[in-house]
Structures are given as C-alpha cells and as structure tokens.
Design a protein around this ligand. Structure first.
Ligand SMILES: Nc1nc2c(c(=O)[nH]1)N[C@H]1C(S)=C(S)[C@@H](COP(=O)(O)O)O[C@H]1N2
Ligand SMILES: [Mo]
Length: 202
C-alpha cells in the first residue's frame, strides 16, 4: 500500500504510518509558532535558485519555474517541534525528495545529505532516510503559499523527524560521503531526530 494512500491517513489516534499520533513528550497545539534562528530572508522567486553539489556527477542549478515542473505532491502530515509542540493534519504541497532525486546524478559515494538555506542554516540526514520517508520541498501550506516566516517560498518538511530537520528557505543540497553535523546538530541536537524515540538532544 502506498505511503500516501489517503485511506492510510485518518485512522483515529494514529498517523499515516500507524504510529501513535502524538509522540512521547509532545503537546498538541492548533497554533503554528515560528522558530527561526536569525533573520527571516526575503527571497524574490525570480532570483531564487536551488543548487545541488558534492557527491554528484554534475552540479546543478534549478530556477523556481524548473522546480515547479517536477512532479508535485500533497501530503497530509503532522509537525513535531523539539520544543514539545505538535500540529496535526496540515496539507503540504511540493516536490518529494524521492521524486527530486531522480533528476540528480548521484555518485555511488553519496550517502548523506546536507540541506542548505538562504541565511546559512544547515541540517543533515542520511540519503536513505531522505528517500524512504515523505520528505517534501514544500511551497504551499493548506492550499496557500507558504508564509515567509515559515520558510516561504520553499522549505523542507520532514514529517517523521523533528522539525529542525527541515530547512526553511532551502536553496541547496550538498551530497556527502561522510555524515557532517548541521547547525543545530553542532549545537547539541540529535542526528536521527526521531520524535517517536524522543531523539531530542544528542
Ligand atoms: N533556515 C532555517 N530553517 C529552520 C530553522 C531556522 O532557524 N532556519 N529552524 C528549524 C527549527 S528548530 C524548527 S522547529 C522549524 C520551525 O519551523 P516553523 O518556524 O515554520 O515553525 O524550522 C526549522 N528550520
Ligand atoms: Mo526547533
């Protein structure tokens, strides 16, 4: 059964993966707090670029229009912040990493992915996690353009990881042979960051 099968999404008390809806130590909220370290960049989509480098056969640069031509998907998913709030059942639209990566010629040595963002934020995940989970490069939130303070025009959202694993204002991916810590990981946060295992701080 497809991960994105709508029948999978609405089992009371569970999320789409059949796991408990609220991870341990989290509290549900209808609010959507903004958690940004530093300034909120203001990016014109005409100037917006998305770069791919590192363990790839060919470096690539996409414009906004080019990225919008890739397959677009909407997922309904929950958002878990390590500061203990969770939001439920938002619709996020954009390009899934597993679709995006088909357009990237990876070297066999590519094993880890560093997300980069306007403003300098970074965060790391293993390539197989990025591919096998519903990691989305989202530009639309509940049918509306993603607000700038939440990462618009485009952010990464990692429903099965704490939310710091998704870079707001994403502007590139660096493929790595060896894992490297991103911004919060260098500051004591955990690398796998699985909310159901409460992997909060390293
Ligand atoms: N570029 C960037 N991305 C970021 C952050 C940030 O400070 N800068 N904060 C992270 C953290 S710690 C969280 S919890 C979420 C918060 O997303 P929100 O502000 O939309 O709630 O974004 C993540 N992505
Ligand atoms: Mo966070």
């Amino acid at each position: 059964m497809s991960l994105f099968d709508p029948k999978n999404r609405f089992v009371p008390g569970t999320n789409s993966y059949g796991l408990a809806k609220t991870p341990p130590g989290q509290v549900a909220t209808a609010k959507f707090p903004v958690l940004t370290y530093g300034e909120t960049p203001n990016i014109d989509i005409k100037e917006w670029r998305f770069r791919v480098w590192g363990e790839v056969e060919e470096e690539q640069v996409w414009t906004w229009d080019e990225l919008m031509k890739l397959p677009q998907t909407t997922i309904r998913a929950d958002f878990h912040c390590v500061t203990r709030w969770s939001r439920f059942d938002d619709d996020w639209t954009g390009v899934l990493f597993k679709d995006l990566v088909k357009f990237i010629k990876l070297k066999p040595t590519a094993k880890f992915v560093m997300q980069h963002a306007y403003g300098g934020y970074t965060t790391n995940l293993p390539l197989d996690v990025m591919i096998n989970e519903d990691v989305i490069f989202a530009h639309t939130f509940n049918g509306q353009p993603l607000p700038r303070e939440h990462g618009g025009p485009m952010r990464v959202f990692t429903p099965r990881r704490y939310a710091w694993k998704g870079a707001k204002w994403v502007n590139g991916l660096e493929f790595l042979a060896k894992d490297q810590p991103g911004f919060w990981e260098q500051n004591g946060y955990d690398t796998p960051a699985d909310p159901w295992k409460e992997q909060r701080y390293g």
